[in-house]
Design a protein around this ligand. Structure first.
Ligand SMILES: [Zn+2]
Length: 362
């Protein structure tokens, strides 16, 4: 289990600290001095960060209760994302996993709100009261924003789980939750634009437009990802792999490889074999590492790019799982293995072909 921070969070952290220190805390008119406002800014930003983390941890805890493996949490620009290795299996699981986040944030808002009331009553120092007051407000907004019923926000997942539960159709539920996310995204952009035009609030308006644009894109992308996932899941690699790519014996000279294979086919790389065993791959990139006058005396084995598990899939693996390996830019083709032997190879074009076929039939 690991918690990682997207680079965007560092930028956001700096922005939050400076907005709080230069804008929010001075605007409360408690007349704090400058060092106090900056100290408050840093403390508030760290506690905001912790609040987002608690929100994400609540998702992870519920996921674990359902036996869904959570690999880690990534904090990024608008909060965090829990990396689960699988999708929820039922509508009710998804409902509870999603709703717990906003509920936790609103719970934190209530907690800090009570603390603020206690602080005022007990005459705590004003900076402390201002700090818990801020945390109450920001956690409320965090909870409210995540409740917006647009996929992939928590509220969108709640909406999806309700449609899913009512219709039994996950694909359709995702489609509607994604549309809803896009509509809310455009709405936010519209409100932001109207704010700039009518109220002249440039920064606030631009923020809303930016968040709306982000939400629209995320809603569309997460639906497309689901469509692709559905199309590629359940299809074994063996069904779309090719056996056309020639296997290159490790002892073949680079010259012979270039003349007989590289110049005659379109493949990005070829498997290199010693006897029965794949030791690596070779393609134009490897050939370029040897001057042409050396091609006759250099065996392919010398230039072959050695491969590891990242290059191999099993013949009965899902195409969806193979795609995550193909997404790595280092991998030119996957070696499809069965009982330790090379059965064929799988390139990106085969995955596109399958997608095209499936999509045209939808
Ligand atoms: Zn959440």
């Amino acid at each position: 289990f690991e918690i990682s921070i997207d680079w965007s969070w560092l930028l956001i952290f700096f922005l939050v600290v400076s907005t709080l220190a230069a804008g929010y805390f001075p605007s409360l008119r408690h007349h704090f001095d400058v060092p106090t406002t900056w100290l408050l800014g840093v403390a508030a930003a760290i506690l905001l960060f912790a609040s987002v983390l608690i929100h994400e941890l609540s998702h992870s805890l519920v996921a674990r209760r359902f036996g869904i493996d959570v690999r880690g949490i990534t904090l990024f620009i608008f909060g965090g994302v829990s990396q689960t290795s699988e999708e929820p299996r039922s509508a009710s699981e998804e409902f509870w996993m999603a709703i717990v986040g906003p509920v936790t944030s609103i719970g934190l808002a209530v907690f800090f709100g009570l603390l603020e009331a206690v602080g005022i009553a007990a005459k705590w120092p004003m900076p402390a009261v201002a700090l818990v007051g801020y945390l109450s407000t920001i956690n409320f907004f965090l909870g409210a924003f995540n409740l917006v019923p647009g996929f992939p926000l928590d509220g969108g997942r709640v909406l999806r789980s309700i449609i899913w539960g009512a219709t039994g159709d996950l694909g359709n539920a995702t489609k509607w939750a994604s549309y809803s996310g896009q509509v809310f995204g455009y709405l936010l952009m519209g409100v932001g634009f109207a704010g700039i035009v009518t109220l002249g609030s440039l920064i606030g308006g631009l923020w809303l437009m930016f968040i709306g644009w982000f939400l629209t894109g995320a809603a569309r992308a997460s639906y497309e990802q689901l469509v692709v996932r559905q199309a590629l899941s359940g299809v074994p690699v063996a069904r779309i792999m090719t056996t056309d790519v020639p296997e290159i014996p490790a002892a073949m000279s680079v010259r012979q490889f270039v003349d007989e294979h590289l110049l005659r086919h379109d493949y990005a790389c070829y498997p290199v074999l010693v006897g029965d065993e794949v030791i690596g791959v070779v393609g134009a990139e490897e050939v370029r590492t040897v001057p042409a006058q050396m091609w006759d005396m250099t065996p392919v084995e010398r230039i072959a790019h050695r491969i590891d598990g990242a290059y191999k899939v099993s013949a009965d693996d899902d195409v969806w799982d193979a795609l995550s390996k193909l997404a790595s830019p280092d991998v030119c083709r996957l070696m499809v293995m069965e009982d330790g032997h090379l059965k064929g190879t799988l390139g990106r074009e085969a995955v596109y072909r399958l997608l095209r076929t499936k999509m045209s039939g939808m």
